[in-house]
Design a protein around this ligand. Sequence first.
Ligand code: APR
Length: 245
Amino acid sequence: SIGAGAGAADGATRAPRVVVLTGAGISAESGVATFRDAGGLWEGHRVEDVATPEAFERDPGTVQRFYDARRRAVASVAPNPAHAALARLEAGLGDDLLLVTQNIDDLHERAGSGRVRHMHGEIFRARCLACGARVEARGDLVDAPPCPECGERTLRPDVVWFGEMPYGLDEIDLALVRCERFVAIGTSGAVHPAAGFVLTAAAFGAATLELNLAESEITPYFDESRLGLASELVPRWVDEMLAGD
Ligand code: APR
């Protein structure tokens, strides 16, 4: 693949040599239910039934309460050794690492990762439908608190619902093309565009590795797939990276 040197040569920001994609599986051992292991139910709802603009249009209270419950659940758990290992990897690799997560929890940040790309948004942020501001959200939104920027009571969870455009795809796609190594951790490969990231990286020559509890829909596309708990596999892989690097 195009090495980091190419980025340095044209003066652009350094292209990360390593791209890591995480999914719900990395937070499972922290006690946050995944989507498809628990039969796709989250707080008793099918995500597809509450994580859509149509659901919010139809019944905003149910959708707000669903995310209010997830916000409280995330606030009540702690990062696990897999999150901590990726923070250690960032300390070692700096800008050579791009960490992309499908997760809306803040466990990577609480473990010490400073540069996290939340392609599906974040549970602790809200977006104002009146002024578009993306603001911090720590409490419940079902009570329609006023937007800190414009005062309108029109805050929705700043999460990407089915049918909505994920955040940051330009930066992610460029990194996938130029990286030397792509690693997916704890994702079923059921949802695009994240599920296709491995194909892009591989098409441009990156070495690809999957760390997952079980075979996923995208296991066949990886050079190597290691099956096991993220809390065991990720620290071991980070040790390899920092030793060999
Ligand atoms: N360690 C490693 N992997 C695990 C663990 C664990 N302890 N527990 C579960 N897994 C794996 C499962 O085997 C599964 O492949 O994590 C994966 C979780 O898959 P999903 O529940 O589908 O979560 P994810 O891939 O992140 O879903 C993608 O779908 O619902 C939407 O927007 C939502 O971001 C989410 C997207």
